[in-house]
Design a protein around this ligand. Structure first.
Ligand code: FMN
Length: 477
């Protein structure tokens, strides 16, 4: 809340009043966002794969009336079902929580199986990430929750919080569902005629989150460049569909210190989203060994490396650099992949070094594991292609390394710490500096709900101080 106080000096200067800050943490951001999700603060914690955003993390946030999302990426359907069951039985039924849905363009059944589970279990919010276009699974989730109330308003039961880092993707989420997909779902009997019709009056998502450079997969966007551009698209869409309900634009990526929270809300973000800072908390599913490494990093201790699942197309993740060799090794493999058409084209000395220090086994042994993995997963096409394409064979072996380094970190296997692949952004470095010398210096004292509260309260205080000093300076002129 801003109090407007007129002073003689102000009116003399032709200024109507000066703003004095008396803002409370729970007033930051859009009240309609807080109301939509029943939250204390306009704050959410983004998903982190394979249960790093654990069921415990989601429950701790939910109990504090904050929004957390289960890190469902990389989990089996059974595991997701078990974790959602845990969340539902440990949270009061009026508390909101979400689950992550990642785009799987080449294997759409993965998305659809998850969405069917979410619908079956009554999950009312998903955090959608890595989408470039709308897919049948996304549309199905959104439309399944549509109905018309007796007063004629459209009820949207299923919320999609869409993380975006490109304007055209924001546009796709802010438009109604593509009609060709709607018609297919209708023909399959997955949605009703009424839902198909209502779908054209609402956006796919009422809440999008601009994601600037972040831990994990990143497009390395700059917050103060991306946010205004995407907020303008929201404004256009809100004008085009004035009766659709408030569309929110949040901001995530790089938020770890109160100043970053202030700048997000001063840019007019309706809510903020954090990620990296939550990995280094008691409730996170990361291994204690990883938390130990992360608790002391600074803002310069991260680097970019190839994203194991899509490294051939140049996709990148932001990872821990301090104390490990993974980013240097991952980048080396990517460069070798670009320069050579086959494993055997790589100079022998380099191959030996990779087998010795990266793989800890021979290329042939790695390849055997790749075969077994792909056979288990039924991905036989991969193997067939590799028989006639040496470059693809090399790519699959390199992917093995990316999966191996990920597993090492998840399991906290210190026997090969140098190869740990730990996703994190520099926001955690900023957080660590902020709490240095306090009890929060130790991750064992960091609880995901408490750090959210601390950040929001410190941001409100900082904002009030700034407004007060602005007022004082202006008044003393
Ligand atoms: C360890 C880690 C794992 C992540 N895994 C996922 C994921 O599975 N799905 C997803 O949508 N985002 C994932 N993210 C991104 C976060 O949800 C969030 O958008 C991002 O971390 C925010 O930026 P920050 O790290 O700068 O705070 C991950 C981030 C980290 C640090």
């Amino acid at each position: 809340m801003l109090e407007k106080i007129a002073t003689p000096a102000d009116t003399q200067d032709g200024v109507q009043g000066a703003l004095i800050g008396n803002i409370k943490a729970h007033e930051l951001g859009a009240s309609s966002f807080r109301e939509r999700y029943g939250l204390q603060y306009a704050y959410m914690a983004g998903s982190m794969y394979r249960g790093i955003s654990s069921k415990e993390l989601v429950v701790a946030l939910g109990k504090a009336n904050l929004l957390g999302c289960l890190g469902a990426a990389g989990m089996s359907l059974e595991q997701i079902r078990r974790d959602l069951g845990y969340i539902q039985s440990n949270l009061p039924s009026d508390r909101m929580y979400g689950a992550n849905l990642i785009c799987h363009l080449s294997r759409p059944t993965i998305e659809m199986d998850r969405v069917e589970l979410f619908i079956e279990m009554g999950v009312r919010c998903i955090e959608a990430a890595a989408f470039m276009v709308m897919t049948p699974a996304l549309v199905y989730y959104r439309l399944q929750g549509l109905s018309k109330a007796s007063d004629g308003t459209i009820q949207c039961q299923n919320h999609i919080i869409a993380k975006v880092s490109r304007p055209e993707v924001a546009k796709a989420f802010l438009n109604p569902a593509p009609m060709d997909i709607v018609q297919k779902l209708l023909a399959q009997g997955k949605i009703t005629q009424e839902q198909a019709e209502l779908s054209q009056q609402i956006p796919m998502s009422h809440d999008i989150c601009v994601e600037a450079d972040s831990g994990g997969h990143t497009d390395q966007g700059v917050a103060c460049v991306l946010f205004p551009a995407i907020a303008l698209i929201r404004d256009e869409m809100q004008q085009k569909y004035p009766h659709t309900g408030r569309i929110h634009v949040g901001l995530g990526g790089g938020i770890g210190a109160p100043q970053a929270v202030v700048s997000a809300f001063m840019m007019d973000a309706d809510f903020i989203l954090t990620g990296s800072i939550n990995q280094c908390t008691v409730e996170s599913g990361a291994s204690p060994e990883v938390k130990d490494l992360l608790a002391n990093i600074n803002v310069q201790d991260t680097d970019y490396a190839p994203a194991g699942d899509m490294f051939e197309i140049g996709a990148r993740v932001q990872v821990l650099k301090k104390g490990v060799f993974f980013p240097a090794r991952g980048n080396k493999l990517y460069n070798l992949y670009k320069q050579h058409d086959s494993w055997f084209d790589i100079p022998e000395q380099t191959r030996q070094q990779i087998e010795r220090s990266f793989f800890h086994k021979s290329f042939e042994e790695v390849w055997q594991e790749v075969i077994e993995h792909n056979e288990r997963k039924g991905q036989l096409k991969n193997l067939e292609e590799a028989q006639s394409n040496d470059k693809h064979k090399m790519a699959l072996a390199f992917r093995w390394y990316f999966a191996y380094t990920n597993r090492l970190a998840i399991n906290g296997d210190l026997s090969d710490k140098a190869n740990f692949q730990v996703h994190t952004g520099p926001a955690l470095g900023a957080f660590n500096q902020w709490v240095k010398g306090t009890e929060l210096a130790s991750w064992q004292n960091r609880h995901v709900d408490k750090i959210a509260e601390k950040l929001m309260c410190a941001a409100a205080e900082q904002l009030n101080n700034q407004l007060n000093s602005l007022f004082k300076n202006n008044h003393n002129k």
